[in-house]
Ligand binder design. Structure first.
Ligand SMILES: Cc1ncc(COP(=O)(O)O)c(C=O)c1O
Length: 501
């Protein structure tokens, strides 16, 4: 059979074969792909949340480089057989692990549109540049962050933390760090953050060469918020020791429990001490959309740099995050670029060709702005505000159901959308409970029932449910608790445990 990629006998010798010989066939294949995707999205609830990749499939995905192509149709068949049936599960209504957004159908289509236009958002002129500028303006408006700030879309929260701290470190260094490097620092820099801070901040400190020995993890209170007295004491001790307090990281929605540091007070401390104030609001930023929750993010607008994700609570497909910086000059100073090949021209494609490239580490940048723009245009900011409210109410509902059940224990306060709990039949010690709940978690995943993740709180193994999912319904949460108790009882009666270490 003539496949869509087979050489066309009428083709010119200049044809590469990378565009199809038969566009109509590739178009038909494209339509089939869309149909398959939409069918899958409409039937998620009937499928397991997750299932492991069988050995034979993994083997088929580990073969030598193909020298000759098999054509797009055959490649798609291979995808349908070996990739498509094994999703991570985060599009499913009962996925609540880590912090992963569920994605939306409009987001899926936007990715296709962006790939077809395939622009580079370094700054080179195209409609895409205006879309990213527009999206950044909307995000500032949504979060109440100054319209005069600069910003950039990035791959996610980790990159946003890295870029925010890079700007802060360059701005607050007491010497020309870009030229001389940190080894030349007259006083060694120190960064402060609560012990509940996401590891991406530590990664950023490491990557920037600031030294993790001088990342001060400040203890938290019973609600997992930074202890302000301990912060003051640490800054004072460092000053006495001749160090340079450089930056302070605040949390709006910690990864473990969704806790909010007192950002207003942290902004005061930063101002008083001359620290760069960076806020990691990966998912908590969107609490700003809800009038009842908005109080928790008060002070966020005073951050020198603000990092947040769009693939979490804004549900755009992975990857998308953003950094906003109050001081555009500082952001440009940290990432300035030069080269004859990008020098000024008065017009054409290359006018201001590095507008975005000089705000972050990348030169060639994808059109991730489109999925955000399409989503906000299609659904409107109010739909996302309603989603935040719905997920927070679902978390409160789940927490209430946990506390009402004699064999379930709530392990942390629920200030936002994260619930930590465990099964406790009443006659096990701490180690036994950890082991049992670990085994429950593995069974929930491997039986395809639901996907919470886990953490440790006060040394106790917790089943952790983080709801950034527009498909979840209350009865999904009821099912989770029912299955937790059923599996717990089953495992106690000698059901197959998972190995625990
Ligand atoms: C609070 C917090 N900060 C930062 C990150 C890192 O974001 P990303 O995974 O998008 O890099 C996460 C991820 O879950 C997070 O929860």
């Amino acid at each position: 059979m003539h496949t869509i990629d087979a050489p066309d006998p009428t083709a010119s010798p200049d044809d590469t074969g990378l565009d199809p010989a038969r566009w109509d066939r590739l178009q038909a294949l494209g339509h089939r792909m869309l149909d398959d995707m939409f069918e899958q999205l409409q039937t998620l609830r009937e499928r397991p949340v997750w299932r492991p990749v069988p050995e034979e499939v993994a083997r088929r995905l580990s073969v030598p480089l193909p020298r000759r192509g098999i054509g797009a149709e055959a490649a798609y068949e291979a995808y349908l057989r070996d990739v498509f049936p094994y999703p991570l599960g985060n599009t499913h209504p009962r996925f609540w692990g880590w912090v992963l957004g569920s994605g939306t159908p409009v987001g899926v289509l936007s990715e296709l549109l962006a790939a077809a236009m395939n622009p580079n958002l370094s700054g080179l002129r195209s409609g895409a540049i205006h879309v990213e500028r527009q999206v950044l303006a909307w995000l500032k408006e949504m979060l109440g962050y100054p319209a005069t700030s600069s910003g950039l879309l990035l791959s996610g929260g980790s990159m946003a933390n890295l870029v925010g701290l890079a700007v802060g470190a360059t701005a607050r260094a007491e010497f020309d760090v870009a030229a001389e490097g940190w080894a030349a620092a007259p006083r060694r820099p120190v960064v402060y953050a609560s012990a509940e801070t996401h590891f991406s901040v530590e990664k950023a400190v490491r990557t920037l060469g600031l030294g993790t020995d001088r990342l001060r993890y400040i203890p938290t209170d019973a609600e997992y918020r930074i202890d302000l007295a301990a912060l003051d004491a640490a800054i004072e001790a460092d000053r006495r020791a001749g160090l340079h307090p450089l930056a302070l990281v605040g949390n709006a929605g910690t990864v473990n429990t969704g806790a909010f540091d007192d950002l207003e007070r942290l902004a005061d401390v930063a101002e008083r001490e001359g620290l760069w104030f960076h806020v990691d609001a990966a998912f908590g930023a969107f609490a700003a959309l809800d009038p009842e929750l908005a109080d928790r993010v008060r002070g966020l607008e005073r951050a020198d740099s603000l990092a947040f994700d769009l693939h979490k609570w804004l549900l755009v497909p992975v990857e998308a995050g953003a950094i906003l910086v109050r001081h555009p000059e500082a952001q440009r100073a940290a990432f300035r670029v030069s080269g004859e090949y990008v020098s000024h021209v008065a017009g054409g494609i290359g006018k201001d060709s590095t507008e975005f490239a000089e705000l972050g580490p990348q030169l060639t940048r994808g059109f991730r702005a489109l999925k955000v723009w399409m989503s906000l245009k299609a659904h409107g900011a109010d739909a996302y505000a309603a989603l935040v409210r719905r997920n927070v109410e679902q978390a409160r509902y789940l927490a209430r159901r946990v506390t009402e059940h004699p064999q379930l224990e709530l392990l942390a306060p629920v200030p936002l959308n994260v619930v930590n709990y465990r099964f406790d039949p009443g006659d096990l010690d701490g180690g036994g409970l950890d082991e049992l709940n670990h085994d429950i978690l593995v069974r929930l995943h491997e039986d395809g029932i639901a996907a919470p993740s886990h953490t440790r709180l006060g040394g106790r193994f917790a089943l952790r449910v983080c709801i950034t999912n527009h498909r979840t319904r209350r009865n999904d949460l009821d099912l989770l608790l029912r299955e937790t108790v059923r599996l717990g009882a089953d495992l106690l009666e000698g059901g197959e445990p998972a190995s625990f270490s």
